[in-house]
Design a protein around this ligand. Structure first.
Ligand SMILES: NC(=O)c1ccc[n+]([C@@H]2O[C@H](COP(=O)([O-])OP(=O)(O)OC[C@H]3O[C@@H](n4cnc5c(N)ncnc54)[C@H](OP(=O)(O)O)[C@@H]3O)[C@@H](O)[C@H]2O)c1
Length: 419
């Protein structure tokens, strides 16, 4: 029954990201710690998934669980934490059992519980976490089956719903809009500022083959890092005043609280070119003087509009999450049947071996003399008939047992639903 599955978790919904960090195993040998945890609590299998916004301990056991499991697990993992902190963290952790644990895992993998709904990164993290635990000997058949099903389900959610569609990051949205203006990869791009935001812009520029980039920054060294990455040119911020090579797009994002690009500076930067320019301002407050989009021919992309778009896109993804919830409900039911069938297969493995042994004995001992008297063609035919019977009898037994198990699974699901 699914009630062997349990999931202990601390997520961004209950705790700050700092607190989550405290429930994560420290040190160089997490596998040794997990092995200890598994044997101390008598769990058959264990999967450990730490990410920046959640930690999951998924385990399989039919042993009774201690009343204060979260507290005991934390005390084992982080014995150095003050007692008060352990108690506080434990109170925020959730412990889910059986179908609820399965449902939560499926929702996590499908990124329905993520900080940014629809962020696919979680599937990779889950796969890698499983591989590490499998290689460390922590997992077995129950988690193998669940993991395969979980990854397939997550992929299905992504294709059947729009949960991962429509960009949410302001930089991605800005870049999409830049592309929509028709900029070509050889466009002359000026990047003003070399902080985290423009570093992200640079990654998009790189990906789409833009290589004619000049980076201006107060600290020249940081401009150089981005410029080298893009095979571009790095200049100090002051050099903007004397820059006369013209441009097609200007992307501005610094921490300055006054406009960095004034109308007078913009006029100089135009270098007497008269075409429409693309101007992107990602700073808060804006770094491009408000008179520029009003007074010059520009396609202006600025952060406020992008933020509105990002929240519209987020609302769309939230709507899609509701569709995904319906799918997940079906999947939990499907997993129950799959799990029961798998138990039947496992229970039948000794029967399969017995049938094979009986066939071997028949050929090599019981009917050995009679078979030896047959001509080669008849002997081959007898051998093939035995193999056929072996396959058919195993398949028939498997089918009957699976039907019984599926019926039992449906019955149990009904009992749980009505309870
Ligand atoms: N678009 C978004 O998604 C997003 C997200 C977060 C923030 N922002 C906004 O983007 C701006 C920069 O954010 P960030 O994350 O890139 O910051 P960051 O990593 O801290 O980088 C700040 C950048 O601004 C420069 N700078 C700071 N003060 C300046 C000043 N007074 N004059 C000229 N340059 C100055 C810094 O130059 P040095 O290297 O010389 O220090 C650096 O290049 C802020 O307005 C922020 O509100 C946008």
């Amino acid at each position: 029954m699914l009630n062997g599955y349990h999931l202990l978790t601390l997520t961004h919904r209950q705790a700050s990201l700092d607190s989550i960090g405290q429930a994560i195993i420290r040190g160089d040998e997490p596998l040794a710690v997990l092995q200890r945890l598994k044997s101390q609590f008598g769990w058959e299998e264990l999967l450990y998934l730490p990410t920046c916004n959640r930690v999951i301990y998924l385990f399989y056991t039919h042993q009774p669980l201690p009343n204060q499991l979260a507290h005991d697990v934390l005390a084992e993992l982080r014995p150095e934490l003050p007692a008060g902190t352990t108690k506080e963290l434990a109170a925020k952790m959730r412990l889910l059992h059986g179908a609820d644990a399965i449902r939560h895992l499926l929702e996590v993998a499908a990124s329905m519980d993520s900080l940014v709904v629809g962020e696919r990164e979680i599937i990779r993290q889950l796969r890698e976490a499983y591989e590490r635990c499998r290689e460390g000997g922590l997992t077995g058949d129950h988690l193998r089956l669940l993991m395969r099903f979980t990854v397939e389900t997550a992929k299905e959610v992504y294709t059947a719903t729009g949960i991962g569609e429509k960009a949410l990051s302001v930089v991605a949205l800005a870049f999409n809009q830049m592309l929509e203006t028709g900029l070509k990869p050889d466009a002359r791009i000026l990047l003003v500022g070399a902080g985290q935001t423009n570093t992200l812009v640079a990654k998009f520029l790189f990906k789409y083959g833009f290589r004619n980039v000049t980076v201006f920054n107060r600290t020249l060294e940081k401009a150089r890092v981005i410029a080298e990455y893009l095979d571009g040119l790095a200049l100090p911020l002051d050099a903007l005043q004397h820059y006369t090579a013209g441009f097609d797009a200007l992307v501005v994002c610094t921490g300055a609280t006054e406009p960095v690009i004034t109308p007078a500076l913009y006029h100089k930067l135009l270098a007497a070119e008269s075409g429409t320019k693309v101007v992107v301002d990602l700073a808060v407050p804006n770094n491009v003087d408000a008179r520029i989009p009003r007074g010059f021919p520009v396609q202006y992309i600025e952060i406020e509009g992008l933020r509105e778009l990002a929240s519209e896109n987020l609302a769309f993804r939230e709507q899609e999450r509701r569709k995904a919830e319906i799918l997940i409900t079906e999947k939990v039911r499907a997993y129950r049947e799959l799990w029961h069938q798998r138990q039947v297969e496992r229970a039948l493995l000794p029967v399969v071996d017995d049938v094979r042994d009986a066939k071997e004995r028949a050929v090599n001992e019981v009917f050995a003399k009679e078979l030896a008297q047959l001509d080669p063609a008849a002997r081959q035919l007898a051998q093939r008939m035995l193999e056929y019977l072996e396959k058919k009898s195993v398949a028939a037994a498997m089918r009957t047992m699976k039907e019984i198990a599926a019926g039992a699974g449906r019955h149990l699901a009904g009992v749980e639903k009505s309870a």
